[in-house]
Write a new protein. Structure first.
Length: 286
């Protein structure tokens, strides 16, 4: 019994943290949910090319991460980085919305453009990021992509453009629609100079972006199961008064109907892009 009488008791004044206190310390982006198998993934389970370790499905690929994955290390030089949106038609709360997305994504706008090396070949590269307002095309996005093509034409460079977009940005009204014509003219000047333009359509590529520069490339590739189309499925069904197939507007269906050239897995994209660059006679070495 002496053993129990002499037992030391240690009392802690600090209360154990509550569930909400614990939850608040977990970063918002700590877990990634795969849109295909619906499983939660730890950062260690996301591969370098942002595919699910379990089902190999494509995950959302941040623009800067895609650039670092694709290009030779340390070779990327961003251009038009100072261009950011204003509020051309005075849309209510638009500035605050932009500021929120800039904070969430650490991007100034929905596209990052610049030049870099891919296997020693100098290229002009643009990557649209659908985390920023679904990569909708406003005046800043239009100007950045236009400047990318103009620089590529001036320096005789091929253009690689990873495209994702929900279409024109409604908060900028007619100004957003004007970007379609502006970019298309820059693409045409690049084409008239005999230079190569490669478009890779990612999920989703829709609206005015699809109706313009997304479909004007010399070669158009797409990622697996990406949604590619102009008007939304429900809008089309309401217009034609008919039910559309379940796989309507998937990359696979678009390929069957001849609107794109090939579907390429992310694990194969680097090699496919390098092959296309090397077989194009106008690729300029550094």
């Amino acid at each position: 019994m002496e053993l129990f009488k002499n037992k030391k008791i240690i009392r802690l004044n600090a209360q154990p943290p509550t569930y909400h206190e614990k939850k608040s310390k977990i970063p918002d982006n700590f877990l990634t949910t795969c849109p295909h198998c619906k499983r939660n993934l730890l950062p260690s389970q996301v591969t370098a090319d942002y595919t699910c370790e379990r089902c190999q499905g494509n995950l959302q690929f941040p623009a800067n991460a895609r650039i670092n994955w694709l290009l030779d290390e340390g070779s990327f030089e961003e251009v038009a980085s100072d261009i950011s949106n204003q509020n051309p038609i005075g849309f209510p709360d638009y500035e605050q919305k932009l500021a929120n997305y800039q904070q969430i994504t650490n991007l100034k706008e929905a596209v990052v453009v610049g030049t870099g090396l891919m296997d020693g070949m100098k290229v002009a590269l643009g990557v649209m990021d659908n985390r920023f307002m679904m990569a909708s095309m406003g005046t800043a996005v239009g100007e950045k992509i236009t400047q990318l093509f103009e620089r590529a034409t001036q320096n005789q460079l091929p253009v690689i453009l990873f495209i994702a977009s929900g279409g024109a940005r409604m908060q900028e009204g007619i100004m957003s629609l004007m970007q379609m014509a502006k970019i298309s003219q820059a693409v045409n000047r690049h084409h008239q100079a005999g230079l190569f333009y490669l478009a890779i359509l990612t999920h989703p590529t829709t609206g005015g972006v699809t109706a313009s520069f997304a479909m004007q490339a010399d070669v158009i590739l797409a990622e697996e199961k990406a949604t590619i189309g102009f008007a939304g499925k429900r809008v089309i069904e309401q217009t034609i008064k008919a039910k559309l197939p379940k796989e309507f507007q998937t990359a696979e269906t678009v390929l069957e109907n001849g609107f794109i050239d090939s579907i390429v897995k992310r694990t194969e994209q680097k090699n496919r892009i390098k092959f296309l660059l090397k077989t194009n006679q106008r690729v300029m070495p550094l």
